[in-house]
Design a protein around this ligand. Structure first.
Ligand SMILES: *Cc1c(COP(=O)(O)O)cnc(C)c1O
Length: 477
């Protein structure tokens, strides 16, 4: 149990959880996938109903870690990751609460963590696990990543103050909200390096990819959702949502997910494979519709550029986790994955039918999809407020938009809420909904950030970034 293979490895060499956690991407450029899946019986799910979230977290995730981390430590990490200090707004101990906002229409809140985005749900436990594994191995870990706004703060909150961890985070000069910039600025210093690149998110990602191809930087870790450990840490809240919503275990539930790099919904897909009775996994995209298109038509066509939208954390031109689905579609055959990826590289797109799959192959795995525009977001923010008095953020609004179209009354539908409205107050105001009062911890952070020099400004050049790293960061592992 808990062995991993790369989606591209013809020799199918196995790695353990700790290696997967530290490495992110496999050395051959593929993504790690577990060889076997732990599964739940109805009785096991029933026993989880009343478990506090940190216990449910370990129950669901332990099968992916195996012997690599002793079970008592796993529980200790989860207890520390999900506690009142990190989640001050949580009431009654439910870290992932579900609210019914209209008959059989639910929203699950996943953003009560330190940086007000759902990415904390995985990053917080990961920080604990990383510190443990590095201590055991007497190693340090340095990660290099790019952010469009939410990964940055969440990853920095994970690394901050941890002795064996360090993080270099590239971000675009324009495009992040003032709030997100302030979050990152306030976390800078010590083992956290913020590089503001004179370019967009896509260029930041390209610089990261380019540098990781160079021998000096090849060992740097990854914090985005290509890291399997992140996906595995997101499965438990799917289980929790299901258990909160159904009267009887076994009843079907539909889920709608605001989708960017396909990490979150992939966790739902894994939950379904593990036996959670999810009926449909519905991906909601914004105007960047790459994943909507492939789910509906079987044609996967990464774009040259992404559009900049008011749900910026879903602004992608390709979805890095798609390869994990491809691996399953081809029945875990790395040779077929390599052929598919080669075609994609040469032609810039690939169709399922050319590979002997039906165009609706992803429907057969349980997926459906829809897309949402800026006007839809505003309308859904308003609708949720009218229904329930709650304010939602624009990413959640994309999910709500699609859920409103796809809901069937007899089956509960859960829209995952991936950020707090405080991160995107101007869009809430634009929708004509009163902006909620800020929690104390977020009051005035934009002003506080002005006092410090939180970013080093660099040109759009991988050699400039490489030079900065060599000069300023201790690369010793
Ligand atoms: C990262 C993010 C998403 C997209 O999640 P993926 O796992 O990349 O699909 C959606 N909403 C918010 C607020 C995010 O921060």
């Amino acid at each position: 149990m808990s062995e991993y293979v790369s989606t591209r490895d013809l020799h199918e060499q196995v790695s353990g959880y700790s290696d997967v956690l530290l490495q992110g991407l496999a050395p051959d450029g593929g993504l790690y996938m577990p060889v076997d899946f732990p599964t739940f019986s109805t009785a096991e799910l029933q026993r989880m109903v009343d478990k506090p979230y940190p216990e449910l977290f370990v129950e669901v995730k332990k099968g992916f870690i195996g012997e690599d981390i002793p079970l008592v430590d796993q529980q200790g990490f989860a207890d520390r990751a999900f506690d009142h200090e990190r989640f001050p707004f949580v009431v009654g101990g439910n870290y992932v609460p579900v609210h019914e906002i209209s008959t059989n229409f639910y929203i699950q809140e996943l953003s009560h963590g330190p940086t007000a985005a759902f990415k904390d749900m995985a990053m917080q436990p990961l920080g604990q696990e990383l510190a443990h594994v590095l201590e055991v191995r007497d190693q340090n870990w340095l990660a290099l990543g790019a952010t469009s706004g939410d990964t940055g703060p969440a990853a920095e909150a994970m690394v901050k103050g941890q002795e064996r961890l360090a993080l270099i985070m590239l971000s675009p000069r324009e495009g992040m909200s003032e709030f997100q910039k302030a979050q990152m600025a306030l976390l800078s210093g010590g083992n956290v390096f913020n590089l503001s690149i004179d370019a967009g998110f896509r260029e930041c990602q390209d610089i990261v990819k380019q540098l990781k191809r160079e021998p000096e930087f090849a060992h740097l870790g990854a914090v985005n959702s290509i890291n399997w450990a992140r996906v595995a840490s997101q499965i438990p809240y799917w289980v929790s949502a299901y258990l909160q919503v159904v009267p009887n275990i076994g009843d079907p539930v539909d889920f709608v997910v605001p989708t960017g790099n396909f990490g979150n919904i992939l966790a739902g897909y894994m939950a379904r494979r593990m036996g959670l009775p999810i009926r449909r996994l519905i991906a909601a995209t914004n105007e960047n519709t790459v994943m909507h298109e492939v789910i509906q038509t079987g044609r996967y066509a990464p774009r040259q550029e992404h559009l900049i939208t008011s749900s910026p954390s879903m602004d992608i031109s390709e979805a890095s986790n798609f390869e994990r689905l491809v691996y399953d579609l081809f029945e875990q055959n790395p040779e077929a994955v390599l052929e598919y990826m080669a075609e994609l590289k040469i032609a810039g797109e690939a169709q399922f039918e050319e590979f002997g799959l039906p165009r609706t192959a992803l429907h057969e795995l349980g997926f459906d999809s829809g897309s949402s525009t800026h006007a839809d977001r505003l309308d859904s923010i308003k609708w949720v407020h009218e229904q329930s008095g709650r304010a939602i953020d624009p990413h959640t609004a994309d999910a709500v938009t699609v859920a409103r179209r796809k809901a069937v009354r007899e089956v509960p539908i859960v829209a995952l809420s991936t950020a707090k409205p405080v991160k995107f107050e101007s869009t809430i105001a634009e929708a004509g909904v009163p902006v909620p009062a800020r929690e104390l911890r977020f009051v005035g952070i934009e002003e506080d950030a002005k006092e410090i020099d939180g970013f080093v400004e660099l040109p759009n050049s991988s050699s400039a970034v490489g030079e900065f790293i060599l000069k300023n960061v201790d690369l010793a592992a």
